[in-house]
Design a protein around this ligand. Sequence first.
Ligand code: SAM
Ligand code: SF4
Length: 325
Amino acid sequence: MLDGYKRDINYLRVSVTDRCNLRCVYCMPAEGIKTIPHEEILTLEEIFKAVKAASQVGIRKVRLTGGEPLVRLGIVELIKNINSIPQINDIAVTTNGLLLKEMGRELQKAGVKRVNISLDSMDKKRYLSITRTGKLEKVLQGIEEALRLGLNPVKINTVVVRDLNFDEVVDFARWTREAPVHVRFIELMPIGTSSPWAGDQYVPAEEIKSTISSELGPLKEVKKMKGSGPARYFKLGNAKGTIGFITAISDHFCSRCNRLRLTATGGIRPCLFDKREIDIKTPLRRGVSEDILARIFSEAVLLKPDRHHMDYGWNDKRVMSQIGG
Ligand code: SAM
Ligand code: SF4
């Protein structure tokens, strides 16, 4: 479906939960956030019906996210059902990887083709202090399992925060020489918890890139990358993996944006940085038909702004895990 700026919107990011088993410093406050009562969260049946309706009007790719999607009970069954929708040809998951070792195989069997795994440090102590509760070995085992299963590509999401992990970007880049991992450096965004300090701690992608190439040599641009979305990818010599940059701040990619979001509470959110949402939970609970729901999706697409206005600040009370990252 085309939006008002002639962008083809074919990608739906679905937040299946606001809950998480980590408390990353840039995403959540230390004490966590008050969880949304269960009855306000879409049921798995409601999510499935929404995705089916969206597929009628051009959604072809679905990514499940959260909060942490793998803590949602029934997630495998949901994926299986989404995989049975003929129009959906790509199902991916964004996860912190803690449960991937145990769940990787069943996720793949259910239809997951690829995963994005978040990892901000390869140092045990530092990983613990960034995530406040996480065990590095668990994520590394999850990444190993994803590679062993042949999920492809395995992308690593690394948010770069100047005083926390900027000194590790060269190590992350070096890793791509040996392993078929696609490390994507994400510019820190002033969202929710990080909004008061993100400005000081933000590292522009160009600085990350020049730090890497001055240590490890030139980065050659890779044009074709599966599910490349907003990132630009590069390679070090004949490395097995690639290095990507997600430049939401320094060079927004809004003109190439092809996505809609569905929040865990049933709001269609046309742009992450725009508070406007179209409620589909109420119609779903009143028994809306799939056709009408499909029409709501195509109308929601027309609300997509031409570009984000993050520079005006984050004026949503919620944090990233509540909207869906
Ligand atoms: N829990 C899952 C995970 O961590 O991969 C999925 C949800 S998480 C909100 C999705 C992605 O958003 C993660 O890669 C996370 O690092 C990123 N993220 C969260 N807050 C961010 C921020 N303020 N700036 C940039 N990226 C952020
Ligand atoms: Fe949880 Fe992901 Fe947020 Fe970390 S970034 S607290 S893993 S939702």
